[in-house]
Design a protein around this ligand. Structure first.
Ligand code: CDP
Length: 216
């Protein structure tokens, strides 16, 4: 049977950084499912399609090809990784991610990858929906302020001019939308291990998770 590890939690909880470390350690394929929702958002914005236009969204999603090459996401043949973490995508992604037609298609793609490879996936609904039967499930949290600080530092390092207050506001808004949507909301799976990462370093969290996996 394939190995499947699910990591869920709100924006900026450190999921992707931790997942990459654990993927390297246990030789797993890392799948950043947030990137998939971000890619669909990018395509919709490029085509001036709003999240309320369900008919056009359906056509768009049926004609969209997404796959990973290492950490890069290829959208319809183009490596778009660089655009996906831009503030404009972050601002809009939760509205597109609440559309069931988009989720159905992307969840299916994720499950296909998990059938083929040993995976670690991070997202919002991995432990509750995508990999419901995963043996290892983790739910990472941290205060909104700490998560905003991490995201702020990350974007500054990339050379982007950003405001801390705007990032905090975006994170709180996304937390609200992701937690309160009807389809596959952000929720801790009953059998997930919750780790509050406030005040913890990346290595501390990666070690906690690795030790847990090794023990089982
Ligand atoms: O990196 P960050 O935590 O900011 O977000 P992300 O993992 O890139 O996800 C971006 C957005 O995609 C989230 O705020 C959700 O709205 C959506 N998402 C989702 O609905 N389900 C997933 N499995 C992954 C992401």
């Amino acid at each position: 049977m394939k190995i499947a590890i699910a990591i869920d939690g709100p924006a900026g909880a450190g999921k992707s950084t931790i997942a990459k470390i654990v993927a390297n350690k246990f030789n797993l394929m890392y799948i950043n499912t947030g990137f998939m929702y971000r890619a669909v958002t990018l395509k919709a914005l490029r085509n001036n399609i709003s999240a309320s236009n369900i008919d056009e969204i359906c056509t768009l999603i049926q004609n969209t090809d997404i796959y990973f090459e290492g950490d890069d996401l290829i959208l319809d043949g183009e490596n778009v990784s660089h655009y996906l973490t831009m503030p404009n995508i972050s601002k809009n992604v939760s509205s597109f991610a609440s559309i069931s037609e988009i989720r159905k298609k992307l969840v299916k793609e994720m499950q296909k990858m998990a059938e083929k490879y040993d995976v670690i996936m991070d997202g919002r609904d991995i432990g509750t929906v995508v990999l419901k039967n995963a043996k290892y499930k983790f739910f990472l949290t941290a205060t909104a302020e700490e998560r905003a600080t991490r995201r702020y530092d990350e974007l500054l390092k990339k050379g982007l001019q950003v405001s801390y207050d705007e990032i905090l506001e975006d994170i709180k808004k996304r937390d609200y939308l992701d937690t309160n949507r009807d389809v596959d909301p952000l929720k801790k799976a009953i059998d997930a291990i919750e780790i509050d990462t406030t005040g913890l370093g990346i290595e501390d969290v990666a070690n906690k998770i690795s030790q847990y996996i090794e023990r089982r």
